[in-house]
Design a protein around this ligand. Structure first.
Ligand code: FAD
Length: 1059
């Protein structure tokens, strides 16, 4: 199969993208060395430069001397006479500047012939573009040598140019190693320089061949055991080289090499067959040349030249095969049908199903000369040419997908419908059959893909491996002459071909299988982005752009990952200790992670696609006479209304139970609840244990895993209110009221908020960035925060001042050195100890003399900035709350650039107020969740525990406690929902009284409920076997952390008195 061939390409050094935290590179191996039949196993060919690859200095000197009336041989005589210490050799060792050399060498020449010798003009000629050009026969030979898997090197006595660069008029990419005397300080024939070259090539002397025009250089090489060729003229030197290597160096058929030992075909019977077959069409004579294409190793493919015929033969591989695999008969059929339908495919000539000819069935096609572009970035082309190539590729794909299957006689070429589903099943099965260890992303994909299959699928001919390097282009224009490699073709969903075609866009440029585009500026290169490419396809096909594009990308990468897993398994069998085998395993992980990234994006899309709730239809202020809506099944919903304090406020419904939420949000609520029950509760004890283990200051891997899952299910960033993010660019676009119901659910587990990227202090900081951040600040901080890749903290509270009054804070932000310098002592900074914490939102004073509320500013301080010292973690009732913790921190002369200031100097108070808008009530919403879960646990416990002859639940005091808790929770919830609703319909300012009231009420209510439950649990209630003890301590902390109760009470009282 086509992909397999990619694995056999010369691997490049490859590092996975740092943003993904992927494994480090290896893949520094070469393809197997050339072992021509009868030849020695050479691994490298080393070329001298002057006189071998480009004209020799002596021939240039002869020409120059003749035209400058200088006695012939002057230059060479001076060179030889100078010896090791003469200017020429010193120049070659890099010991002299160009100027110094010209002066010394000029003087030496002039003294020798007693005439002025203008060596500067000789130097100019020697290094000029018209002289210093590589011989084309040598270029062809080098390409050929490399195509056979041998390494190449240049080993040259060379010199520096006035520019400071060395003189190297060659394309460096042709060589694995370039060794130049001026860089090494050693010249040929010193044996050390040959050794350097061999060492860098990683070959033994006997494994290499050296070509030079100077006998003494060759002698030194031969003494080391290197095989040598004296170059008098390029033609005869290449002949000698061909004999040594055992393959031709001249007749270049692109992408071919001599036939590999294991892939040899019986030449005599093939030749006989061909002469028979072609005999009727043309006179046949002369020897037959057989080469193997580097393409199509799954179905080996050969270039056959016989007389004036040039054919391509494609056959099944040797050995025992599965009946349906490597079906060359199918390939022959589809190519023929498509050729007849006018598609650019090679013309097929014959299908031979008789295995007696060459051992397996095969078919013949006409050779199609042209250009194959192997790299997606199309190096060497200009932007307009690249654009044209991509457009042509897109057009030919459309042409393929437009083929009338019936008219082409291909109706039975594959099953109709459910292509993707069948593919997912097939590749899952294949993957399972070759699985070697658990790859988490593959597991998630195996679960996710079947649940997100496209609903409507068209059935067209699909290529199955449609890539740039499976196309032959016209050598001069952007026109596809032939589409190759039809092994995976069938009838199926055409969008899968388009997505597969775009995979290179997401792979790095040094990726070992396909050189991708992900780290290149495609727009600058003239290449359409994946999105543009997909749109181009849809436009041409006159179809609307499929919304589930990310699904198709996930599916494409999954399929490749499954294929690679098979390759890995096989390579493990073949090479027990091979590094390459180990790496192909890593590629499975890499590809599946990429696939999962797309699954996550698709999750977002589905979620974002939920209809936007219309605020005006459920604004605050509906009268009691309004009947609540009927629920399915005829029951009345609990949605109700109350009277608005502001007469001008729009009217709407206060939804007090999740059942009355608009359908999409209700559905979301259901999924969130199920997620928490299924995935979060069962691991809570492990997470508590992790928080007490030595690894507690590192994120718990289980949380990280669940974050990915939550993301993919669209249960992510639910907190950002629609009023802050009206275009739903960043979040789920829920109202505060809707979120209140969801946030309560998350509050039921202390670990849940982070899993859904809805935890403090990130939520407040993200909202701050959405509201006040510049585009630059958003790109740097908001996007990774929204992605859950980094975390943040908010630094306001200071030990030396009463920080419940934010105007007290003393830390300074001073303008200095074109930026701001921060000094201060902070504490209780939640999250700062988390290794993922990269941003500190810092509150300090820019102007202590400004009016009281204009002294403060907010600055974004990267945590990596020098001068930030976390002194210690603080604990709450002995709980350190790792990995984020609550830190005491010193900021000493911390400098940040000016553009890190938010909104402007003196705007800090305003921002802090805004920051604490919706975020202010999230804690209250969660406290309702703590309480609800606590009551549930209490009810369960008291039903099962017997004391003094009867279950606890029958004790009157327990019953009273349950009743009080139920009433407490419901009262507080109503107040929380009312505050949230008011924020939605009347704004944060109008909701100030209600916000203060719930902050005053919710923590103490939760403390009462939790305290009753702890009492009912007995001593077990204090232990960390249940969440009760932690709930209690956090509810207690929130009586301070969210601002002290007294401050909220004072606010409520002041406002009440004004009414
Ligand atoms: C778990 C936890 C996490 C925290 N996380 C952060 C964080 O991430 N970032 C951050 O900057 N800060 C954080 N804090 C700090 C928190 O915001 C402050 O503790 C809070 O604002 C109170 O400030 P203070 O501790 O300086 O108390 P003070 O201001 O010294 O007040 C002490 C007490 O004085 C009384 N008091 C104050 N004002 C009044 C009043 N008007 N009327 C009557 N009595 C009054 C109250 O009883 C109050 O508790 C956190 C605190 C905790 C416990």
């Amino acid at each position: 199969m086509g992909l397999l061939r990619l694995l056999r390409r010369p691997p490049a050094l490859w590092a996975r993208s740092p943003t993904r935290g992927l494994p480090s590179p290896i893949w520094a191996q070469h393809p197997p060395p050339c072992r021509p039949s009868g030849g020695r196993p050479y691994k490298a060919v080393i070329f001298d430069m002057g006189g071998v690859l480009i004209p020799s200095p002596s021939s240039v000197a002869t020409e120059w001397e003749a035209s400058n009336h200088i006695p012939s041989g002057t230059i060479i005589k001076a060179l030889v006479a100078g010896g090791e210490k003469g200017p020429w050799m010193r120049f070659m060792r890099g010991e002299m500047t160009v100027e110094g050399f010209l002066q010394a060498f000029g003087t030496q020449c002039s003294e020798m012939i007693k005439l002025p010798v203008p060596v500067g003009s000789f130097f100019s000629l020697l290094t000029s573009g018209q002289v210093a050009k590589q011989f084309s026969v040598m270029t062809e030979a080098i390409n050929r040598i490399r195509a056979e898997g041998l390494k190449t090197a240049v080993l040259s006595n060379n010199f520096y140019l006035p520019s400071g660069e060395s003189f190297l008029p060659l394309d460096r990419k042709q060589f694995d190693v370039v060794v130049e005397s001026c860089l090494e300080g050693i010249c040929k024939p010193d044996p050390r320089i040959y050794k350097i070259c061999l060492q860098r090539l990683q070959v033994e002397p006997t494994e290499s061949i050296f070509l030079d025009d100077l006998a003494h250089n060759l002698k030194a090489a031969a003494q080391l055991g290197i095989h040598t060729i004296k170059v008098n003229d390029a033609e005869s030197a290449l002949k000698e080289l061909e004999t040594l290597l055992g393959f031709s160096l001249r007749k270049i058929i692109p992408n071919t090499c001599s036939v590999r030992k294991t892939m040899e075909i019986p030449r005599d019977s093939l030749e006989k067959y061909l002469k028979n077959f072609l005999g009727s069409q043309a006179a046949v004579s002369g020897p037959m040349e057989v080469l193997q294409f580097s393409h199509g190793q799954s179905n080996p493919t050969y270039s056959i030249r016989l007389a004036n015929h040039h054919l391509v033969l494609r056959k099944k591989p040797p050995g025992k095969l599965l009946p349906s695999a490597h079906a060359v008969e199918r390939e022959f059929r589809i190519i023929k049908a498509l050729h007849d339908a006018g598609l650019p495919v090679p013309k097929v000539l014959d299908l031979c199903e008789d295995s007696s000819i060459i051992g397996t069935p095969f078919y013949l096609m006409e050779y199609c000369p042209g250009q194959i572009y192997k790299e997606a970035s199309l190096p060497g082309l200009d932007p307009s040419q690249r654009k044209a190539i991509y457009t042509a590729m897109n057009q030919v794909l459309c042409q393929l997908h437009r083929v009338d299957v019936k008219a082409a006689g291909l109706e039975d070429y594959g099953k109709h419908g459910d292509y993707v589903q069948r593919q997912v099943q097939t590749w899952t099965k294949q993957y399972r059959a070759t699985e070697t260890s658990t790859v988490p992303a593959m597991e998630r994909l195996i679960e996710w893909l079947p649940q997100h299959l496209p609903k409507a699928q068209k059935a067209t001919v699909v290529h199955g491996d449609f890539r740039l390097d499976n196309l032959i282009f016209h050598p001069e224009k952007a026109e596809v002459l032939a589409i190759l490699d039809w092994e995976l073709s069938t009838l199926g969903d055409p969008l899968s071909d388009v997505a597969y075609n775009c995979m290179a866009h997401y792979l790095p440029s040094d990726f070992p299988l396909i050189k991708g585009l992900s780290d290149l500026d495609v727009t600058q290169l003239g290449i359409p982005t994946a999105e543009e490419y997909f749109k181009m396809y849809c436009r041409q096909m006159e179809i609307p752009a499929a919304e589930n594009w990310n699904f198709y990308m996930a599916f494409s990468f999954f399929r490749v990952a499954a294929i690679l897993q098979g390759v890995y398994k096989r390579s493990l069998k073949g090479q027990s200790s091979s590094a390459a085998a180990e790496q192909s395993g890593k590629l499975v992980e890499f590809m599946s992670n990429l696939a999962w990234d797309f699954a996550v994006k698709e999750g977002f899309r589905i979620f974002k696609g939920l209809p936007t709730p219309k605020l005006s239809t459920r604004a605050y202020g509906v009268w009691a006479s309004r009947r609540p809506p009927l629920l399915p099944g005829g029951t009345r919903s609990l949605a109700t209304a109350s009277k608005a304090p502001q007469a001008a406020a729009p009217k709407g419904v206060l939804i007090i139970s999740p059942e009355a939420l608009p359908e999409p949000v209700r559905e979301l609520h259901g999924r969130l609840e199920k997620f928490i029950e299924t995935h979060v509760y069962p691991i809570e004890q492990d997470l508590r244990n992790h928080q007490m283990s030595e690894a507690r200051w590192t994120p718990a891997p289980q949380i990280e895993k669940l974050k990915e899952k939550a993301k993919s299910e669209g249960l992510w960033n639910l907190f950002l209110p629609v009023e802050t993010d009206p275009e739903r660019k960043y979040g789920a676009g829920l109202t505060n009221l809707e979120y209140a119901h969801l946030c309560e659910l998350m509050g039921k587990s202390l670990y849940a908020p982070e899993i859904f990227n809805c935890s403090a202090p990130d939520t407040g900081n993200m909202e701050l960035l959405v509201r006040y951040g510049t585009e630059l600040q958003k790109t740097r901080w908001l996007l990774p925060l929204l992605d859950g890749k980094i975390r943040s903290c908010f630094a306001m509270t200071e030990p030396q001042v009463a920080s419940s009054d934010a105007t007290n804070i003393e830390s300074s932000i001073r303008e200095e050195r074109g930026g701001y310098v921060v000094n201060g002592h902070k504490w209780w900074i939640s999250g700062i100890l988390d290794p993922r914490c990269q941003l500190c939102v810092f509150m300090g004073k820019t102007d202590p003399h400004a009016p009281r509320h204009q002294q403060q500013s907010v600055l974004l301080v990267p945590m990596e900035t020098p001068g930030i010292k976390v002194i210690r973690p603080l604990s709450v009732y002995g709980l350190e709350d790792p990995p984020g913790g609550h830190g005491e921190v010193l900021f000493e002369n911390v400098w940040v650039p000016k553009d890190h200031l938010v909104l402007g100097p003196g705007r800090g108070f305003e921002i802090a107020q805004g920051r604490l808008g919706p975020g202010r009530i999230h804690h209250c919403m969660r406290l309702i969740g703590y309480s609800e879960r606590t009551l549930a646990l209490m009810k369960e416990r008291v039903k099962s525990r017997v004391a003094f002859g009867k279950p606890l639940v029958e004790q009157g005091t327990i019953l009273a406690d349950i009743a009080k808790s139920r009433a407490d929770i419901d009262q507080a919830r109503l107040l929380v929902l009312k505050a949230a609703h008011l924020m939605d319909v009347a704004g944060n300012k109008a909701a100030a009284l209600d916000i203060a009231m719930i902050k005053m009420v919710a923590p103490t209510m939760a403390l009462r409920v939790i305290d009753r439950a702890i009492q009912a649990f007995g001593a077990a209630g204090l232990n960390s076997d249940s969440p009760l003890a932690q709930f209690f301590s956090w509810a207690r902390a929130l009586r301070l952390a969210d601002g002290p109760d007294e401050v909220h009470r004072a606010t409520v009282a002041r406002m009440e008195l004004k009414r």
